[in-house]
Design a protein around this ligand. Structure first.
Ligand code: MTE
Length: 377
């Protein structure tokens, strides 16, 4: 039987990305030896439906709403074309985008608390160099007023239908404070025009916030003098479940602290000699201040934390590479753990806060490896 056409346009080589329904997860082993940025060929893809193929020549960005001078409506919007955006002052930002569900499968495998949704490992995250126009520049040109409280970008991909309900086009409100702070309308990724899967011709980039904020294929932005609501800040992308006030927390914003080894899951490691383990840690709340690693022969709680060496070039960056030297004491199965602390003092605990939709896993991941017997002398 012919394979159904993919909802993703770019090739998905098995060495770089794992297919997950309509999504693609980066293999952490594919980051070994890479620089600060994730090359575009292995950047994860998360689509609610499918990648639309849009024409920059006819594409328009339409702004409307009660937060703009004269309150233009959806039918009388302020419009910008692709060339208009290209002619505005450009900015670059090296920013991290992470899916709120990254690490979801560890709720089940480590905590016995399975959650529905894409069973991501740790590969639904990436850092790229984005180039575009500040959202604030476009908002001011469109006539932003002091009354604006929320802006809501909306994508041009097909409407999202789930459980028989049509939720409409992907859209999620962003508070005006964040919108004016560091948000970009990006038309380039890693020095090239945005690829189709990552939002061509223009996407929103909200550094350090849950990936759903970074709306791809943006076609319109509502600017409102009253708070805005969509399924993506009401029934999705909030913490639901016991322990949450009234059963639901506030809409998710910055991502928590995570750490990953640049190794395959169940990697094979040569025995009898020192190896250098590499990985990365990140947090949406600020730069990483320290990383520790613990390695044990079993799944028991770790108590032998030792500092990893941070790569100096990444200090203060969107994420932090690190190294840890290890001489495996014996062949067999070993459990690697890494935990980081960010500049706000936030860290990683053995368990993440369980929630119904499996968001924001920030627990310490237990990464198994097999140390091979050293070759006979
Ligand atoms: N924007 C639109 N229009 N449609 C989408 O399905 N997915 C969001 C966000 N923006 C999505 C979107 C989610 S959940 C994530 S994690 C990021 O895009 C993923 O960005 P990427 O595919 O470029 O990695």
């Amino acid at each position: 039987m012919a394979e159904p056409p993919s909802s993703i346009v770019k090739p998905l080589p098995e060495a770089l990305l794992a297919r997950q329904d309509g999504n693609a997860e980066m293999h952490w082993a594919a980051m070994a030896g890479q620089g600060h940025l994730v090359p575009t060929d292995r950047f994860f893809v998360r689509n609610h439906t499918r990648t639309p193929v849009l024409d920059a020549g006819t594409w328009r960005l339409r702004l409307f709403g009660t937060g703009l001078r004269g309150a233009p409506t959806r039918h009388t919007p302020i419009e910008f074309g692709y060339r208009d955006l290209r002619e505005l002052p450009a900015e670059e930002s090296v920013a991290l985008i992470e899916c709120a569900g990254n690490g979801r499968r560890f709720f089940a495998s480590q905590q016995g608390e399975p959650a529905p949704g894409a069973p991501w490992g740790l590969g639904a995250v990436g850092v790229a160099r984005w180039r575009g126009v500040r959202l604030s520049t476009v908002l001011h040109r469109a006539g932003l007023t002091d009354a604006a409280v929320d802006v809501q970008p909306e994508g041009l991909d097909p409407e999202y239908v789930t459980g028989g309900v049509n939720l409409g086009r992907v859209r999620r409100p962003l508070p005006i404070g964040k919108a004016l702070h560091d948000v970009l309308l990006a038309y380039e990724m890693n020095g090239r025009p945005l690829p189709a899967d990552h939002g061509f011709p223009v996407r929103v980039v909200v550094p350090g916030w849950v990936g759903i904020s970074s709306v791809k294929w943006v076609g319109s932005i509502e600017v409102s003098a009253t708070p805005l609501f969509s399924p993506w800040n009401t029934r999705l992308y909030r913490m639901f479940g016991p322990g949450q006030p009234d059963g639901a927390g506030v809409p998710l914003a910055a991502v928590g602290v995570k750490s990953a080894f640049e190794l395959p899951w169940d990697a094979r490691v040569p025995g009898g000699r020192e190896v250098v383990l590499r990985g990365r840690s990140w947090s949406g709340h600020g730069p990483i201040r320290s990383v520790e690693v613990s390695i044990r022969p079993d799944d028991a709680d770790a108590d032998d934390w030792r500092p990893a060496r941070l790569v100096a070039a990444d200090r203060g960056g969107a994420w932090q590479r690190w190294r840890f030297r290890w001489r495996p004491p014996a062949p067999g199965r070993w459990i690697l753990r890494a935990r980081a602390t960010d500049a706000t003092g936030a860290g990683q605990a053995d368990r993440a806060t369980a929630n119904d939709l499996g968001y924001l896993f920030d627990g310490i991941v237990r990464h198994p490896v097999t140390v091979l017997a050293p070759p006979p002398a």
